[in-house]
Write a protein that binds this ligand. Structure first.
Ligand SMILES: *Cc1c(COP(=O)(O)O)cnc(C)c1O
Length: 441
């Protein structure tokens, strides 16, 4: 399907930005030229997926689409049972509600924000265990997304292993610049989880992109197919959480993947019925289930996933070539620009990341997202701006346009000032979605 886009004249972009309260979540998508806000649910479906949509059977119970999705989850990911959910966070609510109770600690290579929120909502304490290279913008280490088992063991020693019921591995590591996780690390984390009697969950949202990186970077797997690597990597997990909006190649949907129909499956099934919908649709329509089933199979198609990851690498390279400071190497779904290096004169309290987001829109109608001090008020992480590429959507001209836009902003960086917040919601964790700002003099 073709979706026409247009670049508004500069003065209209200025007006749109002011109307949006200098928060690009408030822009109309029609006013955005290249939309890199997120890769979640924003991709393009294939002809086979559209065909599946038309065939989709809208039965409440036992639809064909559900049988197809269950078969795809089994064959592509190796999970015998699924509990469907309307999207990834619905699946997180189903699974973490069953596994986590008050006072528990949950370990993760890095919690994605909705994962963190679901652990906390169940009274748990989410603790990140990234490897050291993860926060080094320049390290060329191949698997900067890995889980530090050493860090995990330290936490277990502090809190006691009886209080750590769940260990999660997020592949790729969304909160650490989309960096991949090796199969070797997956085996180590599985052994560690078994050792402390914890359930080992893989957050598999980008399992196919991760498998592509493994094939390229982990010598043991150089001759394996992406599909075989994905199955092997997921085979170590007791359960998975999946968002169809990422490597499911659909616009909405998700599930919990489980092994066997034991107690955990039964608990998840009941929670699924309560919060998501009956266990053969979970908040998705029959046509969504059918398109998701096709998307899961397409996600491990070698030419698709290679082109997908390489497009992100091309954007990263195009930015680096123009002197824009980027996190290296590129992750699987997004490129991260370091706003502290772009605007060294803007103090962190004046949100240099958000200033960069605004300038990218003002300069070239490009929408990115701030993941620094504005999004995470308590963080001491750098002020990074994420440019996430929707799957199968943009072409080389768009990539060039984004790189040229960012380079033009860097060129006039001294003239850019910071911002201040003029209104914000009561929940600080959700600030960046709806706060309004104003430029400082
Ligand atoms: C997107 C995402 C989720 C949540 O999925 P939604 O479909 O957005 O609810 C969970 N974990 C990770 C790593 C994600 O990227």
């Amino acid at each position: 399907m073709v979706d026409p886009v247009r670049l508004l004249p500069r003065e209209d972009r200025e007006a749109a930005l002011a109307d949006a309260g200098y928060n690009v979540f408030n822009l109309d998508s029609a006013d955005v030229f290249v939309d890199l806000l997120t890769d979640s649910g924003t991709g393009t479906m294939s002809n086979d997926q559209w065909a599946a949509m038309v065939r989709g059977d809208e039965a409440y119970a036992g639809s064909e689409g559900f049988a197809e999705l269950e078969a795809a989850a089994r064959e592509v990911m190796g999970f015998e049972q699924i509990v469907p959910a309307h999207q990834g966070r619905g699946a997180e609510n189903v699974l973490y509600g069953a596994l986590v109770s008050e006072g528990d600690t949950v370990l993760n290579n890095a919690h994605f924000d909705t994962t963190r929120a679901h652990v906390a909502a169940n009274g748990g304490d989410p603790v990140d265990c990234p490897v050291e290279a993860a926060t080094d913008m320049e390290s060329e280490a191949p698997f900067k997304g890995d889980f530090s088992v050493e860090r995990g063991r330290q936490v277990v020693e502090e809190v006691g292993e009886e209080n750590v019921p769940v260990v999660v591995l997020t592949i790729t590591n969304n909160s650490m610049a989309g960096q991949p996780v090796s199969v070797e690390n997956t085996r180590d984390v599985a052994a560690f989880a078994a050792d402390i009697d914890a359930t080992f969950v893989v957050d598999a949202c980008r399992f196919a992109e991760n498998a592509h990186f493994v094939r390229q970077r982990e010598p043991e797997f150089a001759d394996e197919s992406v599909a075989a690597i994905a199955r092997e990597q997921l085979s170590y997990a007791d359960a998975c959480v999946m968002s169809g909006k990422k490597d499911g190649l659909v616009n909405i949907g998700g599930f919990v993947g489980l092994r066997g129909d034991g107690e955990l499956y039964e608990q998840c099934r009941q929670r699924g019925i309560l919060y998501e919908g009956f266990s053969t649709y979970g908040g998705m329509s029959g046509r969504d289930l059918a398109a998701f089933a096709v998307g899961l199979r397409e996600a491990v198609d070698p030419p698709y996933v290679a082109e997908r990851v390489e497009q992100v690498q091309r954007l990263c390279q195009a930015l680096a070539d123009r002197g824009v400071p980027v996190y290296q190497p590129a992750g699987g779904h997004a490129v991260y620009v370091d706003a502290n290096q772009v605007f060294p004169h803007i103090p962190r309290e004046a949100f240099p990341g958000q200033a960069l987001v605004c300038e990218l829109y003002r300069e070239g109608g490009v929408r990115g997202v701030e993941l620094g001090r504005f999004a995470f008020p308590d963080t001491d992480r750098r002020d990074l701006v994420r440019l996430a590429l929707p799957r199968r959507t943009y072409g080389p001209d768009h990539i060039e346009h984004v790189a040229d836009t960012a380079a033009a902003v860097c060129e006039r960086a001294e003239d850019v000032s910071g911002l201040e917040i003029v209104s914000e919601p009561s929940m600080p964790e959700l600030r960046h979605f709806s706060a309004e700002l104003e430029p400082l003099e």
